[in-house]
Design a protein around this ligand. Structure first.
Ligand SMILES: [Zn+2]
Length: 255
C-alpha cells in the first residue's frame, strides 16, 4: 500500500475525542431503542397510513407521541398530510419539486401529481437533481409546487427563497417549514459559530446556521412571495398527535 503524506491542513486527531465519539454513538443507539419502546398514553390516528393506536417517542430529547410506529411519520409529516388533504395543495396536473424529500410524504405527493422530481445534496438518497438550493441551475417558472421542509435553517435563506421564487410558475406555491421560536421577534444568527458543537448549542443542531424568530415571515415576503399559514390546532393536535402550534408556511409567487 502506498504511503500517503499527512494532510497539513487536517486538524489534529485527539484520541480522547475519538473515544468520546464512540461512547456517544453507543449511547445514541441505546436512546433509539428506548424511544421506540416508549409508547404514548393516548391512541392517535395517523392520517398517512391510517394506523390507530399509540405512537412512540422520537427526537433528542425524546418527544412523546411523535412517531407513528406503522409508517414512521412524525408530527410535521402528519400535519402536511392534513394540510394537503384539506386544501387540495397538490393536484393531478402539477409539476412538483421536493427538496430534501422525506420518505414519509414522498409516496403521497408522487401518487397525486403529474410530474414529481426530487433534489438533495446528500449522496445517500437517489434523487432527480443533485443540486444546491441556493443555485440550482433548473429552469425559470417550471414548477407548480415546491416542497421544502427543514431546509432553510441549513442554508443561505435569501438565496434559497429567491431560487424557489424563480423556479415557480406565477401562481405557483412553495410549502415551507422550519423550526421557529414564536417568542422571538428576530431570528438569531451568529456567523462566528461554525463548529458542530457550537451550532448544536446555539441553533439546536450541528448543521443549522440560525434559529428563526417571527421575522421568518418578513424574510419569505422579501423574496416577493405572498404568505399564508396552516397551523396545528385542536382537535387535530389530540387526534393526530401534532405539535401544538406547529406552522406550515405557504409562499405563493403572485400571478
Ligand atoms: Zn402512519
Amino acid at each position: 500500500m502506498e504511503d500517503r503524506a499527512p494532510d497539513p491542513t487536517a486538524p489534529p486527531v485527539d484520541q480522547t475525542d475519538r473515544f468520546r465519539d464512540r461512547i456517544e454513538a453507543a449511547a445514541q443507539r441505546q436512546m433509539n431503542k428506548f424511544r421506540r419502546a416508549v409508547r404514548g398514553v393516548h391512541p392517535r390516528r395517523c392520517p398517512i397510513c391510517d394506523y390507530y393506536g399509540k405512537f412512540t417517542a422520537f427526537g433528542h430529547p425524546p418527544r412523546f407521541d411523535a412517531r407513528c410506529p406503522s409508517c414512521n411519520a412524525l408530527e410535521r409529516h402528519r400535519l402536511i398530510r392534513l394540510f394537503a388533504d384539506r386544501t387540495g395543495f397538490f393536484a393531478a396536473d402539477h409539476a412538483v419539486l421536493h427538496f430534501a424529500p422525506e420518505a414519509q410524504i414522498r409516496p403521497m405527493i408522487k401518487g397525486i401529481v403529474a410530474r414529481y422530481e426530487t433534489s438533495d445534496l446528500s449522496e445517500r438518497r437517489p434523487v432527480t437533481h443533485r443540486v444546491n438550493i441556493e443555485e440550482t441551475g433548473l429552469p425559470d417558472a417550471e414548477y407548480d409546487r415546491i416542497v421544502c421542509n427543514h431546509v432553510l435553517e441549513h442554508v443561505d435563506d435569501a438565496k434559497a427563497l429567491a431560487e424557489m421564487f424563480r423556479m415557480l410558475k406565477p401562481g405557483g406555491k412553495a410549502l415551507l417549514s422550519t423550526p421557529v421560536c414564536e417568542g422571538w421577534a428576530e431570528t438569531y444568527e451568529n456567523p462566528e459559530i461554525t463548529s458542530r458543537e457550537g451550532r448544536i448549542v446555539h441553533f439546536g443542531q450541528g448543521d443549522h446556521v440560525r434559529f428563526y424568530g417571527r421575522d421568518l415571515r418578513e424574510r419569505i415576503r422579501a423574496a416577493g412571495f405572498v404568505l399564508s399559514e396552516f397551523t396545528a390546532v385542536e382537535p387535530d393536535v389530540l387526534t393526530y398527535g401534532l405539535m401544538r402550534g406547529e406552522t406550515l408556511f405557504v409562499a405563493e409567487r403572485p400571478v
